[in-house]
Design a binder for this molecule. Structure first.
Ligand code: ASP
Length: 312
């Protein structure tokens, strides 16, 4: 029997202390705590890491301050097109969805794609048809609407700018990547990872970020680690971040910490890729590196207290 553990993130970025009110900080802290509880309870009852990461991510998708599910950012057309992925480190089976609208919990759809579609990744309207066939819960546009995201979009919608969950105009320089993710190890030593996002404000042309790309924003392998990323997706895709960390461990024998530090604090920085990730290895070690100002994050190891952090 292995010691189980879970780690989650609610996005990285320039989270300015000057703009953080005690009320807002308490809301984020509660949401992170609830997500940890959702996943930890499953692990504590002997459940799988796959169920735990799905439950933790669904909890954050249902919370409007994160850029995933309810509260997802607006596209150039004023829609919500969400991406999500989930991966099982034991079997290397994975499910992912991109550009999905109206489905309440994209990460749950990713799980069903993994288990019932015979494919790894589905996209857009056809993925929605599959979700309908599988009887997944759908929601009207109002469900995903939040005033803050609408204002962020209004500030840039007539320009060519796309934005990573932030608005220079409305928030005086605050820049956040509100994607959510979870990684876990269960008592059997199985690893799993899941990520869910609304992507970038004002995105167009069916833009897809790193979150649903297996090996870029999401990856799990029982031989090495489980990873969920947040940040400027284009860079994370080009650096194949999640798989790169796993490979550094598998082929070069690096520790989780050494591999994470190299990829996030050296390689990505040199490329100009801002963001961070959460990682857990086969021995239950947890790393939560980021090269931005902050990252909403929390973790809990078996029998220990939950740790919640936003800044360095
Ligand atoms: N990585 C996500 C994307 O590029 C954004 C985020 O982390 O908030 O779609």
């Amino acid at each position: 029997m292995k010691n189980f553990a879970i780690a989650i993130h609610g996005g990285a970025g320039t989270i300015l202390r000057s703009l953080m009110t005690p009320e807002k900080e308490a809301q984020y802290t509660n949401a992170l705590q609830n997500a940890i509880d959702a996943g930890y309870t499953i692990l504590d009852e002997g459940g799988s890491s796959l169920d735990a990461v799905e439950a933790a991510v669904m909890s954050m998708e249902n919370f409007p301050l994160f850029n995933a599910g309810k509260g997802a950012v607006f596209t150039n057309k004023g829609l919500h097109e969400m991406d999500a992925a989930i991966m099982d480190g034991k079997t290397l089976e994975a499910g992912a969805v991109s550009g999905i609208s109206s489905v309440q919990n994209p990460v749950h759809l990713a799980r069903i794609i993994k288990e019932k579609s015979g494919h790894v990744m589905l996209s857009g309207g056809e993925a929605a048809k599959f979700a309908k066939k599988m009887n997944l819960p759908f929601q009207p546009d109002e469900y995903f609407y939040t005033e803050e995201r609408f204002q962020q979009w209004t500030a840039v919608k007539d320009s060519d700018t796309y934005q990573l969950d932030h608005s220079d105009k409305t928030e005086k320089g605050e820049k956040k990547f509100g994607t959510v993710g979870a990684v876990a190890i269960d008592i059997k030593g199985n690893l799993a990872a899941a990520t869910s996002t609304g992507g970038m404000t004002n995105k167009r042309y069916g833009r897809v970020g790193d979150s649903p790309i297996i090996g870029a924003g999401t990856y799990a392998n029982n031989n090495t680690c489980a990873i969920s990323c947040t940040g400027h997706g284009e860079f994370f895709i080009r650096a194949v971040v999640a798989y790169d960390i796993s490979c550094l461990m598998e082929y070069k024998g690096l520790t989780l910490k050494a591999a994470c530090d190299y990829v996030v604090k050296d390689k990505l920085v040199k490329m100009g890729g801002e963001g961070g990730l959460i990682a857990i290895d086969k021995d239950g070690n947890i790393e939560l590196p980021f090269n931005s100002e902050g990252m909403y994050r929390a973790w809990k190891k078996e029998g220990e207290e939950t740790v919640v952090k936003i800044y360095e």
